[in-house]
Structures are given as structure tokens and as C-alpha cells.
Design a protein around this ligand. Sequence first.
Ligand code: HEC
Length: 255
Amino acid sequence: MQSAAIAALCVLDLNAAAQFAGESLSRSRDEAQLNQVFSAFLQRQDGAAALARALAAKPPPKRAAEAGLRLMNAGGRRDPQLARVLTEAAGFSSQGIKMTSAEIASFAAEVRSSGDARRGAEIFCRAELGCTACHSVGGQGGNIGPDLNALGTAQPVDFIIGAILDPQKEVKEGYVSVSVVMKNGEEYQGYQVRETGEELVLRDVLQNKEVRLRRDAIKEKRQNGSVMPGGLADTLTRTEFRDLVRFLSELGKPR
Ligand code: HEC
């Protein structure tokens, strides 16, 4: 079944669509098509959960799993179940690195003594991590998350490590995302731009544009915390993580 047909079926019967999607993801090698399949589910209420169930039974190939992770990271849709299934299918560990504050302090010392900022810059730009889809550095990159140009002068190394390991712990002001479910089942996630008597205006993160939602068509609205996914460091080796943090900690500092 073609990705456009799967998207249409999502509106009618999510579970059936998820079955077809599982098959389509196993066969397709076309990135645009893979993205279309994943987006269709991420834009429906309960879509990510339905897809996660189907893929848990029939894991997608590594390539498709990576495409899904990329899209989810870039679009800022947080669905822990789907992320877990895809992380495993992509062959990344899904243990979830946890560090105590003492471990963070000793890792920070390692970053300062042996981190390699140049290698870190390359890691920061890897598409599957999604950092550049959300953050800009030197005028390049996305605007879903804050600009990181002066991060190294604004924040200490251990803060940067913590911000990556656990984005929900301290959500930067102005970056709390809101998710809205409409009575017709559509779902939007984004930052609230304004709210009037008639409408709620969101900057939708997945589509990167403003959407105007009629308040009387809204079923449910909730606050979601940061759209930055947790577990990004899980896909890195310790050395890679160290280099990435070194790169970030030098942003804005004179060379
Ligand atoms: C889906 C979008 C998204 C992705 C992908 C993403 N971030 Fe973020 N990031 C955010 C948002 C939004 C915030 C602000 C909210 C918060 O504090 O978590 C943030 C905050 C941060 C902060 C704290 C900045 C500050 O000034 O407090 C750091 C550091 C950071 N991100 C680094 C990274 C790195 C490194 C990557 C890639 C491994 C990454 N982010 C991937 C959206 C993203």
C-alpha cells in the first residue's frame, strides 16, 4: 500500500493503517515515502501508539527506524512508546543513560580535559540526532529550540550535560510545548502564540507554521514540557557524547 493511501486510512481506521504501515516500512527505501508514513501517524490522536503496537509485533528495518527517529526528533513529537520501539529497531541501546550529580561532575572534568570540539561539531550535525533541526548555531539550523550560539558563555559544562540527559528537568522559559486534540481527532503540538475568545494560535512544531484553531472545536489541551527528546545521548558512545558537550561548551567563547 502506498504512503498516501496509508495516510488516508489513518483518518478512518488507525489500527488497520498501522498494519499496512508496518509492511510498507519493511519494503520502502524511499526517504520521502517513509517520512510520509510516519507523519501520518504522528498527526493523529493515538496514532503514534497504534504504530508503536504494530511495529513492536513486526519491527521495521534499521533504515526505516532511523528515518522515523529523525522525523520524531526533528518534529519534536514526543511519544515514548514509539521512540522505544524505533530505538531498538535502529540498533541503539535504549537503556537511557542516567548520571548522578557526582557522575555528571566527573564527566564534566573529562569533557574539559579530553573532549574534542571539532569532532563534537560533526556529531552535532548528524541528521539522526536532530540537534540542528531544532537548534541554530551561527545562523544555521532550526528554531524549535533556543539558539545555542552563546551557550558556552551562558551555561557551565554540567548544566549542558544535564540539559541533554534530561530535557524535562529544567525547561527553558518560553519553550513549554502545548498539545491540542481536536474534536475531529486531529492533534497539534506547538508553542502557544496567543489565545482569544474564539481561537487558539499555535506555532505547530512538526509543520513549522502557525495554526489557528477554533476554541469550540478543541477537545483537550495540555502542557507537555520540553519537545526536546530525552535519550539522545543513548545513541552515542561515551567519547562521542564527551566531544559533543565539549563543542557546545565552547560556543560563544573566543578561540
Ligand atoms: C525536537 C527539537 C529538539 C531536538 C531534536 C534537540 N533539542 Fe535541544 N532543546 C530543544 C528545546 C525546545 C529546548 C528548550 C527547552 C528545554 O530547556 O528543554 C532545548 C534545550 C537545549 C539545551 C539547553 C539550552 C539552554 O540554554 O538552556 C541544550 C544544551 C540542548 N537543547 C542541546 C541539544 C543537543 C546537543 C541536541 C542534539 C543531540 C538537541 N538539543 C536536540 C529542542 C530540541
